[in-house]
Design a protein around this ligand. Sequence first.
Ligand SMILES: Cc1cc2nc3c(=O)[nH]c(=O)nc-3n(C[C@H](O)[C@H](O)[C@H](O)COP(=O)(O)OP(=O)(O)OC[C@H]3O[C@@H](n4cnc5c(N)ncnc54)[C@H](O)[C@@H]3O)c2cc1C
Length: 404
Amino acid sequence: MAADEILVVGAGVVGASVAYHLALLGHERVTVLDARGPERLPGSTGLAPGFVGQLSVTPELAVLAKDSVATYLELSASAAEPPFRQVGCLEVATTEARLEQCYQDVEHGMALGVEAHVLDAASAVALAPALVDADQAVGGLHIPSDGAADPVALTGALVAAAERAGARFCWNTPVGALETECGRVTGVRTREDGAVVRAGRVVLATGIWGPVLAATAGVRLPMVSVQHPYLFTAERPELDDTPIDTPIVRYPDQSVYTRRHGRRYGLGSYAHPPLPMEPTSGLATAERPFRELDFGTALAEATGLVPAFRDAPLGRRLNGVFAMTPDELPLVGPAAGVPGLWFAEASWITHAAGVGRQLAGQLLGTGGTPVDPARLDPGRFDTWDERKVRETALGHYRSVYDAH
Ligand SMILES: Cc1cc2nc3c(=O)[nH]c(=O)nc-3n(C[C@H](O)[C@H](O)[C@H](O)COP(=O)(O)OP(=O)(O)OC[C@H]3O[C@@H](n4cnc5c(N)ncnc54)[C@H](O)[C@@H]3O)c2cc1C
């Protein structure tokens, strides 16, 4: 392979977005390697319910989310089954203090360029009667431009668009290690046949597996993997296959979020102690066995809160793993001291398209990056020890969706 070859490892939503933006900028030699096949997504992307929210306490996250929403809308405009729908988000206030906070969030949204409105209790319930507890809601914050993605379809749309723009995807190709020469990354070694694939630049977009591969070039990635529960109802007789227009509903004080998925409802809860885990190269998926002892109480409280879950027959429940960083910002940019190695790691679906644009602009030197590269520099925690990285990142677990 030529020196101008760019290898992207990982074709979850982030790797697909990186490839899409590199190809869109006219780079002709982009190859993506993934251990997965073209259909199934065993990584975090394939487990996520797909809430895309733009109001964030961190302005850079809002910028990346807005940029991503623009891309997701573009990809959806021509699709028969849009992978992203701008159904809005409703944050339910169950206390006067939260309702007061909603007014501040409107101001905060204005500063970020994200429109939001405060609703009274009746209007909040009317937006999503199955998901809003009329007895507890005292009002709500409505963010009409937020949305719901189908993460698998969205990743498929990014892969297809990247292929149309000239990127190449190689499936069923697990990478075992990075190849280095004199401290420079020169390609990767595939796990199964030990073949070396050469490239001038390698981008790791391997989600929770990032630290495993980065370590093969001596780089420590400052991210922590955490386990998170999500629960579906069984199919509901009152729901059909008409396109979803119900907003995503969040209960910020209870750390619960919920949405409709076709004929089912789903909910997730952050109201449990954070559960970190060590990803290993042997882990084939980002799904772990469900942990009743750790998640049971949080999910029981959540199902009591959301009307659609009360007395409803329940369906699949899962324990999915995703990555967090100490400041909640993703790790995007070059590896310090290891020329040729780049990262697009620890990003949410919410920010993935913005992250792809950011990485592509930096890597190709075309500029046009949505945020200041220094804010996402993968080396920004180099002076922190492992324990501080871990404890600080885990400290944000419960507030991960906070807007203010
Ligand atoms: C239960 C749950 C709920 C979530 N809810 C939301 C939500 O509502 N909104 C939101 O924005 N985010 C949500 N997230 C977070 C989001 O899903 C992830 O942050 C995001 O999908 C990460 O994407 P990724 O492409 O970086 O990683 P992944 O999707 O994990 O993709 C990584 C890819 O790398 C490949 N790979 C790994 N190692 C190798 C290797 N050695 N060789 C070759 N290929 C390799 C894997 O096969 C995989 O395809 C949730 C996550 C979970 C688990």
